[in-house]
Ligand binder design. Structure first.
Ligand code: 13P
Length: 251
């Protein structure tokens, strides 16, 4: 059975002390969330060690926002999957559209990153999603299918136990313009069908698929009510513990 997950992607926000406070506020309220919903905070790399201390022994999971496509060595400024795992984090986000758009993240690099993350025991939150131009050109299915297949073609049904997919239409991220629950469900169902084609119905059924893009307390309930939407990857609203928890209580 797939899990319901609400993950907060803090992006490049908060200093370390602010992040620790935010994590403490999330932990303090985590008990209000039904046990069937897994909470994860995805923090900047600098925050992972102190936030790991905060979430230790609580139901709140910890994720990085990225990791390197190389194992180790002379790659100044990069942070390897092994380093992320050594902080106590259990997950990493990979392929966020902001990384694809601003930092040249390609599907080929994502294959290497995903492999290294899995090899180091990290769960992967793999992001896919079309731009506004692609949606307006009617290419959203094609784009999402390619992003999904280009990476996952290199992985097995066994690997899929540790891979979560996040559908984040670029036009909905940080814009206040949420995809309608119907638009999101349509793509989620399509991703699940794509997974079924590659890995079989059981894997498709067991894979958690999150929605991301201006998800907030006021629209989470409608989104999470859809059969193929298993939770959210939350940006702006995850920076306020009350909003983040309210979203998680929308199941
Ligand atoms: P917003 O919730 O701020 O739109 O961001 C979504 C997102 O990119 C999460 O990864």
């Amino acid at each position: 059975m797939r899990k319901n997950i609400v993950a907060g992607n803090w992006k490049m926000n908060t200093t370390v002390p602010e992040g620790v406070e935010l994590a403490k506020a999330v932990v303090a309220k985590a008990g209000e969330v039904p046990a069937s919903v897994k909470l994860i905070v995805a923090t900047p790399a600098t925050h992972l060690v102190p936030v790991a201390e905060v979430v230790k022994g609580t139901p709140v999971g910890l994720s990085a926002e990225n990791c390197a496509d190389k194992e180790k060595g002379a790659y100044t400024g990069e942070i390897s999957a092994a380093m992320v795992a050594s902080t106590g984090a259990q997950y990493t986000i990979l392929g966020h559209s902001e990384r694809r758009q601003y930092y040249g993240e390609t599907d080929a690099k994502l294959v290497d990153k995903t492999r290294l993350a899995l090899d180091n025991g990290l769960g992967v939150i793999l992001c896919v999603g079309e731009s506004l131009e692609e949606r307006e050109a009617g290419k959203h299915f094609e784009v999402v299918e390619a992003q999904t297949v280009n990476v996952l073609a290199h992985f097995t049904a066994e690997d899929m136990k540790n891979i979560i997919i996040a559908y984040e239409p670029v036009w909905a991220i940080g814009t206040g313009k949420t995809a309608t629950a119907e638009q999101a469900e349509e793509i989620h169902a399509f991703i699940r069908k794509t997974l079924a084609g590659k890995f079989g119905a059981q894997v498709a059924d067991d894979t958690t698929i999150l929605y991301g893009g201006s998800c907030k307390p006021s629209n989470a309930k409608e989104l999470f009510a859809k059969p193929d939407i298993d939770g959210g990857l939350i940006g702006g609203a995850a920076l306020k513990a009350d909003d983040f928890i309210a979203i998680a209580m929308s199941f």
